[in-house]
Design a protein. Structure first.
Length: 469
């Protein structure tokens, strides 16, 4: 599938380093009118998804948020006529095809796993396919909409809003780890459905996950279902928050944003997310390298000073004790290694198509027992592929699916490697981080959405820079 280009969008001052008379004129064009002459901004579906994400979470509908937002985006795209695709989209399209082809393997038992039974596997497969398609539509929408309809600055600001929600949820999870509530769905769904593990996770939301680590310390999760998702999204959204709320912002807004980042370090540490900590370190190294390549030694020095100050504050605070205990108590390493090994061995047996869906292990690394007991509460079946997107792809879509995923993000990062604008820097980081996080965190859902929105922004930003005089 060959890549084509979206209609050229005018560049923005400070974002691409240029501005044009045509661009200023385009931004003065009024928004389309809806029913009754009321102006409805074309970007409203993204507002519903990102700014309204806590509402989806509180309703227990986060698994369907992307599908619900992608439907109006698809309608807007179809009204534009010929559909266009970003460079490298052929690799992503092949992944989508492979996800669908996995349906033929749903009934096959993977080595080391329980035989797939029941109709639940079909529902889970259908939901996963819809999520992949919906997130793809969101990427195409973010890259195709014109600057008049959905300015890049608007998209970046919305990503910053989601970062604010992430920080707020992290603070709630750290301060009120036992808090939670039943969603409206829990009052209308039949008991048979509520007893399902998947439905149960979405009908009772909690501010944090409390694990048997360091005496049951809380790990912030809100407004996401899992702590790892919270950390993944925090890492991806931070550069966009910096671009929209710090780099190009008024002094009062910049001070507010800096305070938010400072406060957010508390749930970052108490989340005990080693993957997040490593990801933030890689982000700092990436920015330092990019600034150095451009000869921006002042910015390199500034990044170094910030790192040194944070390191000094950390060393003199009680947070050092928390991190030290976490690093010396890697309780999940054995479990992760066991599940990842099952996924890899399963992929060796079905390297082309995988097995189409998730599987549960026969027991786990602690015991071959099929369920938890009083003497071994951690025994029982484990979900294969839940320890990282790479292992998920290997199990569900074989080596072909994993290759397409990795190659797509590498192709995008290479294509826009020379974009040193604010969007180019943040976007380049956001499409490279998934290549690290795929080893430790699943991506389907909001993390993958943020990464593909970044692809759309990089695509549109590149077209705007090329069209600038």
């Amino acid at each position: 599938m060959s890549a084509t280009h979206a209609p050229t969008s005018p560049p923005l001052r400070g974002w691409t380093g240029t501005d044009t008379v045509a661009g200023r004129a385009a931004r003065r064009v009024p928004a389309p009118r809806g029913l009754g002459g009321i102006r409805i901004p074309a970007g409203w579906p993204l507002v519903v998804l990102l700014a309204g994400y806590p509402v989806w979470w509180a309703l227990g509908l986060t698994e369907f948020a992307f599908i619900g937002s992608a439907v109006p985006m698809a309608v807007q795209l179809t009204r534009r006529g010929r559909l266009r695709f970003p460079p490298g989209f052929g690799l992503w399209a092949l992944l989508l095809v492979w996800v669908v082809l996995g349906a033929v393997m749903l009934g096959v038992t993977a080595p080391g796993t329980m035989p797939p039974t029941g109709s639940g596997k079909l529902a889970a497969f259908a939901l996963r396919v819809l999520q992949y398609v919906a997130i793809t539509v969101i990427m195409l929408w973010a890259g195709t909409m014109s600057e008049r309809e959905v300015p890049r600055r608007f998209v970046v600001s919305l990503l910053g809003v989601l970062f604010l929600w992430t920080v707020a949820g992290g603070l709630l999870g750290a301060l009120y780890p036992q808090a939670g509530f039943a969603t409206p769905l829990s009052h209308v769904l039949p008991r048979a459905l509520l007893d399902n593990a998947f439905v149960g996770r979405n009908t009772t939301v909690k501010f944090a996950q409390v694990h048997e680590v360091l005496g049951g310390i809380s790990r912030p999760a809100a407004p996401y279902l899992y702590t790892n998702t919270w950390g993944y999204c925090y890492s991806l959204l931070l550069p966009w928050f910096a671009v929209g709320w710090i780099v190009r912002a008024s002094p009062p807004r910049r001070l507010f944003a800096l305070a938010v980042v400072a406060v957010s370090l508390y749930p970052v540490v108490y989340s005990l997310n080693r993957g997040l900590w490593i990801g933030l370190g890689l982000s700092v190294a990436y920015l330092g390298a990019r600034f150095a390549v451009r000869g921006r030694l002042t910015l390199v020095a500034l990044v170094s000073v910030v790192v040194l100050v944070l390191a000094a504050v950390f060393a003199l605070s009680p947070l050092r004790t928390v991190v030290g205990y976490r690093l010396h108590n890697p309780h999940s390493n054995e479990t992760r290694s066991y599940q990842n090994g099952v996924a890899f061995r399963a992929a060796l047996r079905s390297p082309v198509l995988g097995y189409g869906g998730t599987r549960q292990t026969v027991g786990n690394d602690r015991s071959i027992a099929l369920g938890a007991t009083d003497n071994c509460p951690q025994c029982g079946n484990r979900d294969v592929g839940s320890t990282g997107q790479l292992w998920n792809l290997l199990l569900q879509n074989g080596f072909v699916g994993a290759f397409c995923y990795i190659a797509f993000f590498l192709a995008v990062a290479w294509r826009y490697r020379r974009d040193f604008t604010a969007i180019g820097m943040a976007g380049g980081l956001t499409v490279l981080l998934p290549l690290f996080y795929m080893l430790v965190y699943p991506a389907i859902g909001m993390p993958l959405t943020v990464s593909l929105v970044a692809v759309g922004l990089l695509w549109r930003n590149d077209l705007a820079r090329r069209a600038a005089p």
